[in-house]
Design a protein around this ligand. Structure first.
Ligand code: DSN
Length: 453
C-alpha cells in the first residue's frame, strides 16, 4: 500500500496538480456515492498497482515466445500467467488475453469465423443486447447480415423465435449475451439451436464472467464454441477483455484457437497493453481464491434483495426480479421516456445508474423508459442484503420527485423542458436530503482511503 502511495500519488501530486486534483475528485465521487451501474466495479489496490506498472512502457506484438520486439521475457511471463490462470479458472483449453476491450474481442471473433456478408444472429440492442451483436449502426451489422432476436413481452428471451430465425436464416455465428438482461442465460438451449443449424455459438459473458468464475451463474463452457468477456465488470479487473475457445469449439474447428489469435494480432490490434495484461493476471488470481465465490454469490443475493425491496415499494421491474447482478426498472407506470429524469435526479443524490431501454420501449434509446442498475460495485464495498433496503428507499424517494415530469412528444421542446427540469431538481429539497443521507451512509463503507492525491 505504502509503495503505491509513493509510486504514483506523491509523484503526480507534485508534477501534475491539475490531473492529480481531477483524480482526487473522482475518488471523492466514488467514495461519497453509491455506484449502481451494473457494468462497473471497484478494483483492488493490487489491480491498480499492476495497471500503473512499468509494463505500460513495453511493446510486445505477437504472443509469448513469439514476439516481434526484444526484451519481452517479463511481458511473456505475465501474459502466460494471465492465460494459465484464465484457463484454470474457467476450465477452457485456450485463452487470448490481448483484446483491448469487449468490442474488439467480439470483432476478433467475427474476423476469425465469418466472412463479410455472412449472416449472424444476436440479441437486439433495444431488447438488452450489445452493439457488437448486430446492431444496425455497428460494424457487426454493416459488414455482416444481422438477424436480431428479441425478448418476449415478459422480458425473457424468446427461444421459439430464436430457433425459428436460426432455421430460416442459417447464421454462421450466433451470439448469446446482453448488456441488459436480468435472467440466467439458457446456454444449453442456444447450443442445441446453433448445433442444429451448424452455427458457431459464441457466448459473450462480459457482464457475468465474475458470477461464472464464482459459480453464481451457470457456465457456458460445455455448450459454447467461443466465449468472450470483458475483464472489468463482475470479474473485477482492469479494463480489458479475453477470448476463450472451449473443447467443443476445438472439436468443431481444430484451428479455431489459431484463427482467434491471428484475428486479434495481426488482424485487428498491434501491441498488447501489457500493463492491462498484468492487472488481468492479478484479477484472475483474486477470482481464483475461495472468497471470490462468496463475493459472486453476495452480488446475486444483494441484487435479489434490492429487487425485492424495490418491488415491495411498488416499483415495476422487467421480469419481476433478477437472477444475476442486474435489475431493470420499468418507469412506464409514470409515463414514457422517464429514464433520463431518474438518472439525472439520482446523480444529484450521489446514486449512479444508467438510463436504459426496456423491452418494447414506447420511447427511444436516447430517451428510454427505464433505468439499469446492479450490485457488483456496492458488493465489493461490503454492502449486504440489509443495506439494499436503504438503497431501494432512496431510489423510491427520488422516483417520487421526478414522476410528474413528462418528456414532451414534440422533439423540439425536449431541450427546453430538460433545462427547466435540471434547474428545478437542483433546488429540490428531498433530493438534497437523500444526498446527505447517502454521503453519511457511505462513510460506513470506505474505499481507497490510502490513495492520497
Ligand atoms: N458498456 C457496457 C455496459 O455498460 O454494459 C457494455 O459494453
Amino acid at each position: 500500500m505504502s509503495s503505491l502511495k509513493t509510486f504514483f500519488n506523491e509523484s503526480i501530486t507534485t508534477t501534475d496538480p491539475d490531473v492529480s486534483s481531477i483524480i482526487k475528485h473522482e475518488i471523492t465521487r466514488m467514495s461519497e456515492g453509491l455506484e449502481l451501474i451494473p457494468s462497473e466495479n471497484i478494483v483492488s489496490l493490487s489491480v491498480l498497482q499492476a495497471l500503473g506498472s512499468v509494463f505500460t512502457n513495453k511493446y510486445s506484438e505477437g504472443y509469448p515466445k513469439k514476439r516481434y520486439y526484444g526484451g519481452n521475457e517479463n511481458a511473456d511471463a505475465v501474459e502466460q500467467l494471465a492465460i494459465d490462470r484464465a484457463k484454470k479458472l474457467f476450465g477452457v483449453p485456450y485463452v487470448n488475453v490481448q483484446p483491448y476491450s469487449g468490442s474488439p474481442a467480439n470483432m476478433a471473433v467475427y474476423f476469425a469465423v465469418c466472412n463479410p456478408g455472412d449472416t449472424i444472429m444476436g440479441h437486439n440492442l433495444p431488447d438488452g443486447g450489445h452493439l457488437t451483436h448486430g446492431w444496425k449502426v455497428n460494424f457487426s451489422a454493416k459488414f455482416y447480415k444481422s438477424v436480431p432476436y428479441h425478448v418476449k413481452s415478459d422480458g425473457y428471451l424468446d427461444m421459439e423465435e430464436i430457433r425459428k430465425l436460426a432455421i430460416e436464416h442459417k447464421p454462421r455465428l450466433m451470439w448469446c449475451g446482453a448488456t441488459a438482461y436480468t435472467r440466467e442465460f439458457p446456454f444449453e438451449e442456444f447450443a442445441k439451436i446453433a448445433d442444429e443449424v451448424g452455427a458457431y455459438f459464441a457466448a459473450d459473458v462480459a457482464h457475468i464472467s465474475g458470477l461464472i468464475a464464482g459459480e453464481a451463474h451457470k457456465s457456458p463452457v460445455p455448450y459454447a464454441h467461443i466465449i468472450t468477456t470483458t475483464t472489468h465488470k463482475t470479474l473485477r479487473g482492469p479494463r480489458g477483455a479475453m477470448i476463450m475457445v472451449t473443447e467443443k469449439g476445438l472439436k468443431k474447428d481444430p484451428e479455431l484457437a489459431d484463427k482467434i489469435d491471428k484475428a486479434v494480432f495481426p488482424g485487428l490490434q498491434g501491441g498488447p497493453h501489457d500493463h492491462a495484461t498484468a492487472a488481468i493476471a492479478v484479477a484472475l488470481g483474486e477470482a481464483s481464491k475461495p472468497d471470490f465465490k462468496d463475493y459472486a454469490h453476495q452480488i446475486v443475493k444483494n441484487s435479489r434483495a434490492l429487487a425485492a425491496a424495490m418491488m415491495k415499494k411498488g416499483l415495476k421491474l422487467v421480469t419481476n426480479g433478477t437472477d444475476n447482478h442486474m435489475i431493470l426498472l420499468d418507469l412506464t407506470p409514470y409515463g414514457k421516456g422517464k429514464g433520463i429524469f431518474l438518472q439525472e435526479a439520482l446523480d444529484l443524490a450521489n446514486i449512479t445508474l444508467n438510463k436504459n431501454t426496456i423491452p418494447a420501449d414506447p420511447s427511444s434509446p436516447f430517451y428510454p423508459s427505464g433505468v439499469r442498475l446492479g450490485t457488483p460495485a456496492v458488493t465489493s464495498r461490503g454492502l449486504k442484503e440489509k443495506e439494499m433496503e436503504f438503497i431501494a428507499d432512496c431510489i423510491f424517494r427520488i422516483v417520487d420527485c421526478i414522476k410528474s415530469y413528462q418528456l414532451p412528444d414534440d422533439k423540439t421542446q425536449i431541450k427546453d423542458y430538460l433545462a427547466k427540469f435540471r434547474e428545478e431538481v437542483k433546488h429540490n429539497k428531498e433530493i438534497a436530503k437523500v444526498k446527505g443521507e447517502v454521503v453519511e451512509f457511505c462513510k460506513g463503507f470506505p474505499i481507497y482511503q490510502t490513495l492520497k492525491y
